[in-house]
Write a protein that binds this ligand. Sequence first.
Ligand code: SF4
Ligand code: SF4
Ligand code: SF4
Length: 338
Amino acid sequence: MNRRDFLKALGLAGAGAACTVPASAVQAAPIAASSPGGDQATLFDLSQCVGCGACVEACREANANRFPEPLKPFPPMVPTNRAKPEDWSDKRGVDDRLTPYNWLFVQHFAVEHEGRAVELHMPRRCMHCENPPCANLCPWGACAKEDDGAVEISAELCLGGAKCRTVCPWHIPQRQTGVGLYLDLLPSLAGNGVMYKCDRCAPRRARGELPACIEACPFGVQSIGPREEMIAKARELAAAMPGFIYGLDENGGTNTIYVSPVPFETLAAAAPPAPGRPGLARVGDSMADSNTLAAAVFLAPVAGLLAGARQAWRAWTGQADARAAKREAPAKEDGHDA
Ligand code: SF4
Ligand code: SF4
Ligand code: SF4
């Protein structure tokens, strides 16, 4: 049984039926998923970042085996102008913005602060919001906040409709057409691929390893730990710098926190948002909007069902991995290729 057969057996082929639900009425994962171990946050000390890009390279290497390999030509959408294909597969080397093949990039700033010219470098990727609208409003439950605070999109469940990008205040997720479940379900009608973004290195986290970008940085720019500890550390850093903090209250609070010696308003003015290049404006809590909340609450049962399917899929693949590891062990001991 392959992944898609498994999803279909669980009734997610019913996702095909669900495709008839109007986009405005569909939605997603539980609001503010509980976190028994508590949210882990990452803290960037921008005064230490030299913009070398080692973190970007490490991210690309660590996640290369999860990058999309699209089938071409892409199936035509009906109507044809409903969802424009987005294809980055021939531009995999682009590393100065977010793409499905580049989940982290470094923004460079040359600004004036207190009468001095200042150069600053800022690694940018998903903010891992505490109450993420991308997860709360994904129509298919493909995006979810994990117990440690990381927000993940399942490439197995995502239909590429890009709702997550629309509702994200920084428009982080990036679409690749020609991959994913939509090809097996409704290639002309459902979504248009799969959305990709930083998931804080989900496979590495599952193995108890640090995210690749943190491990690779030669200057220790990033720290990771319980959110309250990272906030305390951010406040200390900001007081000593003296500096400014981004991420405490943005979009209701994020699990990515930046400390900068230059006000974020100055950085925001220097780099207005553009596709794949998120802005730095102060952002209110998008999930506090009553219409948004109502949509999420109304659709939460759908999300619960799909989240159950997601858990079942993970449990099943975990058992499959364990079975495969057992099968491989004697072969390795015998000196055979696994
Ligand atoms: S965070 Fe570290 S690895 Fe990344 S650009 Fe800055 S100094 Fe280089
Ligand atoms: S930054 Fe955007 S994509 Fe990332 S968790 Fe927040 S809403 Fe989702
Ligand atoms: S946490 Fe992992 S996926 Fe996210 S930017 Fe860093 S290396 Fe890339």
